[in-house]
Design a protein around this ligand. Sequence first.
Ligand SMILES: Cc1cc2nc3c(=O)[nH]c(=O)nc-3n(C[C@H](O)[C@H](O)[C@H](O)COP(=O)(O)O)c2cc1C
Length: 186
Amino acid sequence: MAKRRSVEPVYSMCVQPSFIIGTNNEDGSANFAPITWVSVTHEEGDGYLLVISMAGTKRTKQNVLRTGIFSANLVSTDMLGLMDYFGSRHAADGKKDEIDYAVSRGAVLDVPVLDDSRWVYECEVSRSLETGDSTTFFCRIRNIQIDERLSCRDTFDVDLTVLDPVIYSGKYHSLGSMLGDIGDFL
Ligand SMILES: Cc1cc2nc3c(=O)[nH]c(=O)nc-3n(C[C@H](O)[C@H](O)[C@H](O)COP(=O)(O)O)c2cc1C
């Protein structure tokens, strides 16, 4: 049995995935910022909704509120420099153009996409909910671009080791090994 102790409920650690969110600025230029408050849920029918929460008045949130669309670019460990850079600069202080990165447009939505990302969601806001200074967006996934090396047989068959994602807890981590499929441990 694990020996635990109680602590103040000040932690929000949920073993977060790392995504860099691409949005369109009012002048048509691209903006990117990391957001790790990201999850999914079902919508009516077979589709999924990406659930993403943004605090404060950051440009990324303003752009999503104004345009209703964005890209969510999964961060692999080779993109840590980009994530750290985008997360430590506020768009309000100037364009994030001090480092090199390649940008394309979405295949279905007119959103900026990072060429380095191995898994990209193109999303459209369906509804939103305010709590405190945060807005949580429930978003239709209109398209997914996945690394050509992935061969997924079904929605449960995604080998994360190919994606090599950055896992966030307040610190940056990488993934260990793939342990098996549902049912392997019964
Ligand atoms: C690792 C990391 C994770 C972050 N996750 C979130 C998040 O989940 N929600 C949020 O509102 N801000 C988050 N941020 C903060 C924004 O990325 C940060 O405020 C950024 O400067 C906003 O950029 P913008 O002004 O271009 O929107 C995170 C930052 C880092 C570095």
